[in-house]
Ligand binder design. Structure first.
Ligand code: OSB
Ligand code: MG
Length: 372
């Protein structure tokens, strides 16, 4: 395949607000709506799309929507205008000078991959080296009353979802798991604490070993790999890192120190597909699996997550469940719906989904165009 360079001639940055069908509660707080920046890059009459996974406030990780949009508007997008890139690696190199801001840089890298795949008239998964036509998915269930959580877990297992992830926090952990495990003895269960515990909670954390969990996701502080290594040495259940892993270097240190045995890769969290593939390959070399997490994305981010999940070492079900679980209406025309716990990979060029522009306009809070 021979690709010609793509010259970025214009861009659009929107802030989009989609109401959530049900509020989503994790240890750090409750989300009532999905607010996100949506980036369009244009070249050769084609458009590439990506959405940002940062929250309004720095409560999951340290990036924010306001900070991200400032950086995109004032620095990153103006630097792209009129420039030609041979491939995604050249885009990544052009962003390498800037420290941190992995979610913000991911938006540009991901939108370029979509554009590049469209210019070659290929599905993104093909360019990434993915094989599958559908991916295994589970669901992530927010914090709620125990009875209601069991009912939701049962309903999603009945729909065929391959694994149930329960959000936990201090005071909402061992009792929850006793009840859920009793009701669902054979289910693939995991928990995600979003950094709510410390090593002072060792008794509660080691008690989680008794519930046959596939793994325990990000129990400790968001940027503390070392303490996860201390904890893993005391637990049988594999630790899965999410927040701690922003780069392949973080992944290497976590693997070498014994802090993790499975990694949740979110392409929007780690700066894009190239860093995602490095983390994926590194885990494969250690014979540890990865899986694809989610951030309640719209159809744009959801389609990106699906393509990433086609790589071979995504060996555990991801969080990319049906769009209709989150939104009454999505901003893409194509349905992204799982059947029997399998999410089909969109087959069109690029990410394979198109914007419903009429609906998108009704949920757009602000739009900026480049050049202005
Ligand atoms: O830790 O994986 C997480 C949602 C918001 C913030 C953090 C996380 C999540 C989820 C939801 O678990 C996954 C999804 O359904 O998209
Ligand atoms: Mg998580």
């Amino acid at each position: 395949m021979t690709a010609s360079p793509l010259r970025i001639d214009s861009a659009e940055l929107r802030l989009v607000r989609l109401p959530l069908l049900t509020p989503f509660t994790i240890s750090t707080g409750t989300m009532h709506e999905k607010l996100f920046p949506l980036l369009t890059l244009r070249a050769n009459g084609l458009e590439g799309y990506a959405e940002g996974v940062m929250d309004p406030l720095p409560d999951y990780l340290d990036e924010t929507i306001a900070g991200s949009m400032m950086l995109l508007r004032d620095v990153l997008i103006p630097q792209l205008m009129g420039r030609s890139f041979d491939n995604p690696a050249a885009v990544e190199t052009s962003l390498a000078h800037w420290r941190g801001h992995y979610m913000t840089k991911a938006m540009i890298e991901m939108a370029f991959w979509d554009l590049w795949a469209k210019s070659l008239n290929l599905p993104l998964k093909t360019l990434l080296g993915g094989e599958r036509d559908a991916i295994d998915v589970g669901v992530s269930l927010g914090i709620g009353p125990i009875d209601n959580t069991i009912e939701r877990a049962q309903r999603h297992l009945d729909l065929g979802y391959r694994r149930i992830k329960l959000k936990i926090m201090p005071g909402h952990d061992v009792k929850l798991l006793e009840a859920v495990r009793q009701a669902l003895p054979a289910a693939h269960l995991t928990v995600d604490a979003n950094s709510a515990y410390t090593l002072a909670d060792m008794d509660v954390l080691t008690a989680l070993d008794g519930f046959g969990l596939d793994y325990i996701e990000q129990p400790l502080t968001w940027d503390d790999i070392h303490d996860h290594a201390v904890l893993q040495a005391r637990m049988k259940t594999p630790i899965c890192l999410d927040e701690c892993i922003r780069t392949a270097q973080h992944a290497r240190k976590a693997l070498e120190s014994g802090a993790t045995r499975v990694i949740n890769i979110k392409v929007g969290r780690v700066g894009g597909y190239q860093e995602s593939r490095r983390i994926h390959d590194l885990c494969a070399a250690w014979s540890f699996p990865v899986w694809c997490g989610g951030m309640l994305e719209s159809g744009i981010g959801r389609a990106h997550n699906i393509h990433l999940s086609t790589l071979a070492n995504f060996r555990k079900p991801g969080d990319t469940s049906s769009s209709s679980r989150y939104f009454a209406k999505d901003i893409v025309n194509e349905a992204l719906e799982a059947k029997d716990g399998r999410m089909p990979v969109p087959t069109g060029a690029g990410i394979g989904v198109t914007l419903d522009r009429t609906f998108l306009d009704t949920v757009t809070v602000a739009t900026e165009r480049f050049p202005a």
